[in-house]
Each structure stands twice: as structure tokens, then as C-alpha cells.
Design a protein around this ligand. Sequence first.
Ligand code: GLY
Length: 353
Amino acid sequence: MATLNRRDFISSAAVSAALGTLTPTSFGIDEEGTIDGPIAISSANGLRATAKAVDLVKQGADTLDAVIAGVNIVEEDPEDMSVGYGGIPNEDGIVELDSCVMHGPTCEAGAVAALRNIKTPSRVAQLVMQRTDHVMLVGEGALRFARAHGLKETNLLTDKARQAWLRWKENLSDTDDWVPASQSGFGDARSDATTNIPFTYGTITCSILAPNGQMSGVTTTSGLSYKIPGRIGDSPIIGAGLFVDNEVGAAGATGRGEAVIKICGSHTVVEAMRHGISPQQACLHAIKRIDQTTKIARLRRKDGRPNFDVKMYALSKDGRFGAASIWSGGKFAVYEGGRNRLEDCAFLYERNS
Ligand code: GLY
């Protein structure tokens, strides 16, 4: 069941457009419409990121430095298998990371893709923004650039991620020469149950609004599990996995990157907000467009609905925020009004429908 039908969407958009103003619903805005503290939003794995980013902005940090320091916590955490160190590798067993950043006050951006050996691709993306005349570096060039700036190289493949990859590889086909434990006659057959093989499009995105009106955002990921080497998702693509316009707001994405790229997801959300649509409705607008533009049968269930998920997250210049996903049950992190918490995403379809 859609949480917002077409008529609701159009009428609320029309009302917003007609009023020409945004009605603050965020508790972080006082009666005069001023923001009483930094507001940060993130994907559900980003509670530590929002807390860190808000803390740093309160201490006077630049908004981009703050969100990068926030996501660095997750990039460096081996337990998050969707981001940075400990991320699930590509089909060759090598971890390749994608990230991009946008700095609202200067309208500058930086990105890296298919970056190996560096735990914090968001930091490299920031250096691309600050220390080159380019926006994006990929692969070997990105690694050489990171080395030039003294970033430490590490094998990003943890033992936990390697074992997941091995189970995936051994269970791929009955006709290759890789034999899973359950069929080998050796070892513990329970250890390679295919239901235990992690699979993710997981990512972290984090955006912040400072009380002085400055905004920045970052998105960072290890991308699609077991991807073809060199595959790049939406996370390092400016306008897809992230977009920040200091005069309007910020948006980010997680989930199936191929779907987000094709509708320029985060840019679509920010442009909807520019036309007066609330952050949550702007996210739903992008999610609906993904649904409408997913035509190929292999990406649809028998009932015609997408067989994947995407989440969009948005924070507007006036301090409102929201998120939406294709399927119900999604959460997002928000630090606002002095409280750091998870909230529910709006959604297009009930997961069990
Ligand atoms: N959204 C992350 C990816 O598709 O790589």
C-alpha cells in the first residue's frame, strides 16, 4: 500500500507551490524559524555518524569535515559489511570502495570509485575536491592519489568478509570446481548454509545543516556484494548517491545503485524540494520514479513490483527532513532537537503485501 497516493502527492505539491513557502514540521526549528542546533540525517547504520557530525559542528567544525568524521567511524568498523574496512568484496574477493562528498558553501564536490586498500574513501573524495582540479578519480589512479597524500594502505578484506565471499563462490554453481563444505564430505556442513551468505547494497550517507545555514553531505560504500570488478554504483556519482545545494537542501541514497543512477536520484530529490515539496514527499517522488522506470521483467516480482529496495534521505535548508523507501520497514537516523534516534521511512509498498 502506498503511503502517499498520486492525488495526495500532486495536491500537496500544488499546495506547497502555491504557498511558495515550506511549513516547518521539524522540532529543531523555533517559532521564528531559526534552527536551534545542527541537524544531521543518515541511513540507519549512521547513528554514530550523526552524533559525531553534530558534535563537531557544535564545536565549530566545517560541515563537510564533520560528516566525513562521522562516516569515518563506520568506514573503519569491520562489523559493518556494507562500508569501508570489512565490506563484502567483489567477485574476485577484493574490496573496492566508492564515495563522494559535496560541500554546500563552496558548491564543490569530489569522488572516488573502485578504490582499493584505503579504509576511508570519503577522505580521499574530499582530497580530490580540495587538492585537484577534478571531481572524480577511479581505480589505480585514485589509489595512487591517496598514496601521494600519505593515506595508509590496508588489506580491507577481513576474515569474516573473506569467509562470506568463499561461501558465495562455492555455492554459485554445481558445475564448477569449487565445492561447498556441505557437499565435500569434510568439515561442518552447517557452516555454508546458503541462507547465511550476506548480500548487500548497503551504504552510509550522512548530511548536515548547521545553524548558520551551511550544509554538506557524504556517501560511502563497499557497494554491491560480489560485484563484477570495476562495477561502480550510485554512491560516488554526484546527483545519484548524493546531492547538496546549499540554498535548497541535501539528499542521499542507499540500496540498488543501478536504479538510483538511472533517475539521478539525489538530484531529483533536491530539485523537488527546490519546487517547494517537503523532504519526505521529495524522497517518495524519487522512489515512485524508480518504480515507474523499472521496466525489465527480471527486476520485477510476479505482481509487477520491484524485487529490490532503494532508500532516499533528505534534509531541507529550513531544517525539515525525511526518508522514503520502496518497501516498508526502513529506518533512518536523525539528530535533531538534541535527540539522536532512528525514525521510520515512508514507503511505497508494504513488504508483506
Ligand atoms: N548504493 C550502493 C551501491 O549500489 O553500490
